[in-house]
Design a binder for this molecule. Structure first.
Ligand SMILES: NC(=O)c1ccc[n+]([C@@H]2O[C@H](COP(=O)([O-])OP(=O)(O)OC[C@H]3O[C@@H](n4cnc5c(N)ncnc54)[C@H](OP(=O)(O)O)[C@@H]3O)[C@@H](O)[C@H]2O)c1
Length: 252
């Protein structure tokens, strides 16, 4: 949110995609704590999104709403952005957080998996940002794309996911040029923060290998990502087009 245009006393609003659970929910809570009205987007996690919204509403009235939709569909991306803007008639911050993550080893890549991984990690951020851009421009707003250290550093057996996040990092840079000077666009590239749900995250040997490959020797926390988000949204008015690694050194 650019200092020159934003009015902090006037309840800026933020849309977080995939904001019902895990890292997304922490980003929602953090923006809310910082005075934002929040629009929590979810697809399947409606109950969690409603519970989070109810909790935030109990902290501050008229401060949290839920919008739903599968962002694999570009028309839904547009609708989600429009509904988010319509909640309070403005949008100051868009956080593209929703993502799918699973392996696609060479030899097993299907067109469906390719489309699904690209749709959630690259196409959705593109179309939500496009639909949100006019409202963000009006407010001198900001877009934060949640990328991955593996958008720059390959992860074995995840070629499609890595390519999608690499595309998201380049989207960040190109949108930063195209939407300047009104809207700043930055990305955060997390390292290991929360283990993936399901088989991809369950294997203790793989978990240890991730920790061994992280110079700081541990996972980060959702709070680490939230801190980077607040910096980029609130405290970095001259920063645009950047990808901030929050990865314990994993990218080195
Ligand atoms: N976890 C980590 O350690 C880590 C590491 C590096 C990067 N990241 C990045 O950080 C972000 C958050 O990570 P996370 O692990 O918290 O994410 P996650 O739990 O894997 O996914 C977040 C949400 O994305 C939503 N989503 C997925 N596909 C969607 C679609 N087609 N349409 C709409 N929503 C969709 C889901 O919402 P519903 O539940 O409502 O369906 C899901 O809850 C992601 O961008 C991820 O790539 C995470």
């Amino acid at each position: 949110m650019a200092e020159h245009n934003a009015d902090r006393d006037d309840n800026p609003t933020a849309l977080v995609t995939g904001g019902a659970r895990r890292i997304g929910a922490k980003l929602v809570q953090t923006l809310h704590d910082a005075g934002f009205r929040v629009i929590i987007h979810c697809r399947r996690s409606r109950d969690e999104a409603d519970a989070l919204a109810a909790y935030l509403e109990s902290e501050r009235r008229d401060s949290a709403r839920v919008v739903t939709g599968d962002l694999a569909d570009p028309a839904t991306c547009e609708r989600v952005a429009e509904e988010a803007i319509a909640q309070w008639g403005r949008l100051d911050v868009l956080v593209n957080n929703a993502s799918t993550f699973y392996p696609t080893p060479v030899g097993t890549i299907t067109a469906d998996a390719f489309d699904d991984l690209i749709a959630s990690n690259l196409r959705a951020p593109t179309f939500v940002a496009q639909a949100a851009a006019p409202a963000l421009r009006e407010r001198g707003g900001a877009i934060i794309n949640i990328a991955d250290v593996h958008g720059e550093r390959p992860l074995a057996d995840y070629p499609v996911y890595c390519a999608a996040k690499a595309g998201l990092i380049m989207l960040t840079r190109t949108l930063a040029r195209d939407l300047a000077p009104d809207v700043r666009v930055n990305a955060i590239a997390p390292g290991s923060i929360l283990w993936p749900e399901g088989p991809a995250g369950d294997d203790p040997t793989k978990r240890q290998a991730v920790l061994d490959a992280t110079p700081l020797g541990r996972q980060g926390t959702p709070e680490d990502i939230a801190g980077a988000l607040l910096y980029l949204v609130r405290d970095a008015p001259f920063v645009t087009g950047q990808t901030l690694a929050v990865d314990g050194g994993r990218g080195l």
